[in-house]
Design a protein around this ligand. Structure first.
Ligand code: AMP
Length: 186
């Protein structure tokens, strides 16, 4: 099963994607995590990505699409995957369609995790104290939220028109949210 999970910063995409991955025995692909690893290893992509991430801005679509195109062609993706944090823009979504068609794959479901923005802002500030992410500072958090509504939220319409969008409340007990998602995958 190939899944993607969409939602505003802090809604718990990463947490849920990891739990779903374990439930289904599929691969979890987080572009944010891939980029943070590239930064840690000081690769060419990492050095470039840091400039955008630290400002709370998106990495250019072509760079992200190249990373995903390479990764989805790995044989471990044949058992299924959950995409987390990608696609984030319409060109990325269109690019993904092209990539998966070329690889003879398809997307089964797009899960939209929803939550109140104020609650998420508080969550992200709390996370910043724990994880020390360079993009979890109040001003950057606000910017990331704004960019989400402008550039990523339109994807909900895109996947709704394809008939694969399902919405799940992202607030509540982590375990219950996972159950709610799993029920949609049956
Ligand atoms: P995340 O861990 O998903 O919150 O991603 C952290 C940061 O990495 C984002 O704020 C962006 O700067 C960058 N990033 C991650 N995924 C993408 C993507 N699909 N497109 C553009 N930038 C991305």
């Amino acid at each position: 099963m190939n899944i993607l999970i969409i939602g505003p910063p802090g809604v718990g995409k990463g947490t849920q994607a990891k739990l779903i991955k374990n439930e289904l025995g599929i691969i979890h692909l987080s572009t944010g995590e891939i980029l943070r690893k590239e930064i840690e290893n000081k690769t060419k992509i990492g050095i470039k990505a840091k400039l955008y991430i630290d400002k709370g801005e998106f990495i250019p679509d072509l760079t992200i699409l190249e990373i995903i195109q390479r990764r989805l062609a790995f044989s471990d993706c044949s058992k299924g995957y959950i995409l987390d944090g990608f696609p984030r823009t319409l060109p990325q979504a269109i690019g993904l369609d092209k990539i998966i068609t070329e690889l003879n794959q398809n997307l089964d479901i797009a899960i939209s995790l929803t939550a109140d923005e104020k609650v998420l802002e508080k969550r992200l500030i709390e996370r910043s104290l724990k994880d020390k992410r360079s993009d979890d500072m109040p001003a950057i958090i606000k910017k990331r939220q704004k960019i989400y509504w402008k550039r990523t939220a339109p994807l909900l319409k895109f996947y709704k028109s394809k008939g694969i969008l399902k919405q799940v409340n992202g607030l509540g007990k982590i375990h219950q949210i996972t159950i709610n998602i799993m029920n949609l995958l049956k």
